[in-house]
Write a protein that binds this ligand. Structure first.
Ligand SMILES: NC(=O)C1=CN([C@@H]2O[C@H](COP(=O)(O)OP(=O)(O)OC[C@H]3O[C@@H](n4cnc5c(N)ncnc54)[C@H](OP(=O)(O)O)[C@@H]3O)[C@@H](O)[C@H]2O)C=CC1
Ligand SMILES: O=C1O[C@H](COP(=O)(O)O)[C@@H](O)[C@H](O)[C@H]1O
Length: 600
């Protein structure tokens, strides 16, 4: 009996998934076969022909169980084919392709090398190494893997291990053998010091990687965790001097992907001098967050939501992001980007696209990304009059003084860079015509939170209108998807207060993750790293998506800078500029995050 399994996310390597080897599991709505159910059966696969408009396939074979597997050859770098469509089962590793595909089918003949470029930096320490360890702990990494740190800093392997060890923690529910697992993990970590623009240094890395890979099919993942001005040099050197000769080579690129349409297009063009689009994994870590991934499940697997998902029933949609700390430590980077580029153009817009897209043909990465591009291209570029910007100023509370944004030594004293922005966006298509999509993002606010709020329309001819007083807006249903912290999905409904009278109140139908699920939620970087290793592109940004996203924000960003628009100043730790309320009121909207929420 197929089960909806939480382990379905890491099916090809995780130990939990190998337990599925004697049966199939449900991955999305497509059947997926665990590798171990195929691998031991040596047989001669029948060659079949496979065609598509975009890719050419080679080595297409029919497996013993009827599934078709192939490798894609149009992208230069032969990559195992992964298609989740009618009749085609997921192929996640060379082993599945068998002898006729030119790979050695025994599992111990392939390896994955993960090189963290910029290993000495903040993101590497904070997110990437801990995520890799978590994947290792969960047995989600392949049997043969090696992790290399690469940066200019001089470090020995032992020093890298020491640095990494201080960043690793075990999940509360996974303490068993944790120290032992950490030691084993650290033994797989190595370091190479080199310049980002030196082909010679990357060639030295290549030699070290080859030593570790031996004669196995070598697959290589480079994570560019470096400032954007050195992306291209690093990609050039990595691709020319340390690409894999026998397996795939993939590069995870961190944001920012440019500052506007032009610089983003230039970055893409430069990357494509050295890499095919299929090798580029542009990361937006919000797409790896549990509740963002769940958006499609909520919409497309529950009858009660999708029919309501349109202008007919939805009054407005709000995408909210707040942090209760400033740009401390990252002011230098932040000042040339600002909150619109840092959060809105990517994280919030990606959520909006997933929220508003039409039903994709399938859960295949290209089908999903096609729908996201379509909805982004149906949007109106943001107008200056639909935008409010703010910057935090110093504030003293309880004897403690919190700094202004411009108190940061790396920020110019006269900086006009917004640390807060609110915006109203519109999608000019049949489903969403006239529905305001309001975004609000800010640093140094009163709380840390990310959520999606969907405010529904009034009930026509509501028999209970007189029970709500004059504020009928308060009586409409609201669906809240709290992405973080304390993940939850709750629906505000009107309910009769028990008793002999007829008094109504607002109560929550609450799916509170901590209460419902005992398993700790993996960090977004774990999911995304695993997907990159598996070649799953669903949660990464395609270049045309990126172009469409920049097209919406570039004109207003230019106007703000050319006109030197002064931000509205708000105290550190407050709810942000008052102007955001006027913006919402212009579209008859009240921000949903103002009141104290009732928690069940
Ligand atoms: N930190 C975060 O929370 C987030 C970061 N990002 C993105 O991830 C990437 C990495 O971020 P983060 O780790 O904070 O960056 P860092 O500033 O910490 O830089 C990473 C490493 O790059 C090297 N480096 C730094 N500046 C330069 C320079 N001017 N020239 C050459 N090398 C340099 C340093 O290593 P060495 O000197 O040893 O070579 C440094 O340790 C960036 O693109 C950033 O925008 C995205 C989301 C969040
Ligand atoms: O990309 C970024 O995200 C972080 C917030 O990420 P979260 O997962 O902690 O919510 C933000 O602080 C940073 O400015 C931005 O670059």
């Amino acid at each position: 009996m197929p089960t909806l399994s939480s382990s379905a996310h890491c099916p090809s390597y995780c130990s939990s998934s190998s337990k599925l080897s004697t049966s199939s599991s449900i991955y999305g709505n497509h059947q997926r076969i665990a590798i171990s159910s195929i691998r031991p059966k040596r047989f001669v696969p029948e060659k079949v022909s496979l065609r598509s408009n975009r890719n050419s396939y080679s080595n297409a074979v029919r497996m013993q169980d009827g599934a078709v597997a192939a490798t894609v050859t149009s992208i230069g770098n032969e990559t195992p084919f992964k298609k989740l469509r009618d009749g085609l089962l997921s192929v996640t590793s060379p082993e599945e392709l068998g002898d006729t595909a030119g790979f050695d089918i025994s599992k111990d003949k392939s390896t994955v090398s993960i090189t963290v470029v910029g290993a000495s930096g903040d993101l590497a320490k904070k997110k990437i190494f801990p995520a890799l360890f978590a994947l290792y702990y969960e047995d989600c990494l392949p049997e043969h893997f090696t992790i290399f740190g690469y940066a200019r800093s001089k470090m020995t392997d032992a020093e890298l291990r020491d640095m990494v060890s201080r960043t690793l923690t075990c999940r509360i529910d996974k303490r068993e053998n944790c120290d032992e697992k950490m030691d084993q993990f650290l033994k797989r970590c190595f370091y190479h010091s080199g310049q980002y623009d030196s082909q010679e240094n990357f060639a030295e890395l290549d030699r070290k990687l080859r030593e570790h890979e031996g004669r196995r099919v070598s697959n290589r993942l480079f994570y560019l965790s470096i400032p954007p001005n050195i992306f291209i040099n690093a990609v050039r050197c990595a691709s020319l001097s340390s690409s894999s000769a026998s397996g795939w080579t993939r590069v995870i690129v961190e944001k920012p992907f440019g500052r506007d349409s032009e610089s983003s297009a230039a970055l893409t063009k430069a990357l494509k001098q050295y890499l095919e689009e299929d090798q580029i994994f542009r990361i937006d870590h919000y797409l790896g967050k549990e509740l963002v991934e769940n958006l499609s499940v909520l919409r497309f697997s529950n009858l009660i939501f999708e029919p309501l998902w349109s202008r007919q029933y939805i009054r407005n949609v709000q995408l909210l992001f707040s942090e209760d700390f400033g740009t401390e430590g990252r002011g230098g980077y932040f000042d040339s980007y600002g909150i619109i580029r840092d959060i809105m153009q990517n994280h919030l817009l990606q959520i909006l696209a997933l929220f508003a897209m039409e039903t994709p043909v399938s859960l295949d990465a290209e089908d999903i990304r096609n729908e996201k591009v379509k909805v982004l291209r149906s949007m109106r570029p943001l107008q200056l009059e639909d935008m409010v910007i703010g910057q935090y100023k110093s504030h003293t509370k309880g004897g403690v003084t919190f700094p202004a944004y411009t108190d940061d030594k790396t920020v110019p004293k006269d900086s006009l860079t917004p640390t807060f922005a609110a915006a109203a966006l519109f999608i000019d298509n049949a489903r969403w015509d006239g529905v305001p999509f309001l975004m609000k993002a800010g640093k140094a606010l009163h709380n840390k939170r990310a959520e999606i709020r969907v405010q529904f329309r009034h009930v026509p001819g509501n028999l209970y209108n007189r029970n709500f007083g004059t504020d009928l807006d308060r009586a409409t249903n609201e669906l809240v998807i709290r992405v973080q912290p304390d993940e939850a999905i709750y629906l505000k409904i009107n309910n009769k207060v028990p008793g002999l009278g007829m008094r109504l109140d607002r109560s929550n139908l609450n799916l509170h993750y901590a209460a419902r699920y005992s398993k700790e939620i993996p960090d977004a970087y774990e999911r995304l790293l695993l997907d990159a290793i598996e070649g799953e592109r669903r949660l990464f940004i395609r270049s045309d998506e990126l172009d469409a996203a920049w097209a919406l924000f570039t004109p207003v960003l230019k106007e703000l800078e050319e006109k030197k628009i002064v931000p509205e100043y708000y105290p550190y730790g407050s709810r942000g500029p008052v102007g955001s309320h006027y913006l919402a009121a212009k579209y008859n909207v009240r921000w949903g995050d103002l009141g104290v929420e009732q928690q069940l």
